[in-house]
Design a binder for this molecule. Sequence first.
Ligand SMILES: NC(=O)c1ccc[n+]([C@@H]2O[C@H](COP(=O)([O-])OP(=O)(O)OC[C@H]3O[C@@H](n4cnc5c(N)ncnc54)[C@H](O)[C@@H]3O)[C@@H](O)[C@H]2O)c1
Length: 317
Amino acid sequence: MTLRVGQVGLGYWGRNLARVFDDEADLAWLCDASEALREEFGRRYPNARVTGEFTEMIASDIDAVVIATPVPTHYPLAKAALDAGKHVFVEKPPAMRVAEMEELIGLAEAHGLVLMPGHLLLYHPGVQKLKELVDAGELGEVLVVYGNRQNLGKIRKDESALWSLGVHDLSVILYLLDEDPELATAQGSWSIHEGVEDVVFCFLRFSSGKIAHMHLSWLDPHKMRRMTVVGREKMVVFDDMEPERKVTVYEKKVDPSGMAVSGDIQIPRIANAEPLRLECEYFLELLDGKHDKAKVARDGARVVRALEMLTNSLDHG
Ligand SMILES: NC(=O)c1ccc[n+]([C@@H]2O[C@H](COP(=O)([O-])OP(=O)(O)OC[C@H]3O[C@@H](n4cnc5c(N)ncnc54)[C@H](O)[C@@H]3O)[C@@H](O)[C@H]2O)c1
């Protein structure tokens, strides 16, 4: 049976989600506060009902709600959708506070519903390869993970670099290490929009001894989308700016006598699939009873928990 999906938020990112959900499911309802967008999307998807009222959409017979509105609206919209008995795909992060995220998880569990945060990178075949290498012990004990997400670009007025860019890298770091940080600190500054940090440096320490770092910036000459994992035996780099060489595995390590050793460099083949499509398919598969829906929601809570720690640190200098 084709699943009936309703989507709220048809802006910059929402149009991508609508395109894929229209391909993969029955995009039955569309909702946005903007009249101009309602008109545009009504023309583009003539079979969908279009409304400016979220309550009208969730009162309909749709199976699931896709939320692609600004971050502060995620929690109230997701809560209303779950209360109405709908499965929810919500852009990252689903809530701004841990207590709100826990409430959403409680609602989803109580009603047997899917609550999937839109952590796009987790469905990227390059990140899947990193996870495979880490879990198979290919790199030896993982010591350090660090992310670079820099660009001179899309400067947001209402989300800091930590909230807009950092969520991506944080989701990957926590997914790879499968551990909550015991310490998470952040320092940053703003120079464009008052109070909205455009450059942020984050440091995380885990009880296993692993450490992680994130450099997040909209003020940078380089466009970088890179994650580096340093293990005792090998090191690996995922570089999303590379068209073909997305993942590179370096046989580089320090041997027991303290000597640096360099061996082969390998470039595993990475499937050229669209991460967004894989992410949406995963959501629809969850609705179909596949995968572990509780884990998907709990992994999202882990990200919100670390974000809250980093935000507190950033706010208090
Ligand atoms: N996964 C990714 O790679 C990725 C990339 C970009 C943005 N995002 C996320 O997508 C979300 C949307 O970002 P965007 O850049 O598309 O924002 P945007 O401002 O371009 O679009 C948001 C839309 O939501 C509508 N809206 C807001 N509140 C509403 C409400 N209560 N009811 C109905 N419509 C409402 C607005 O009218 C607007 O059209 C954010 O959470 C953002 O973090 C994710």
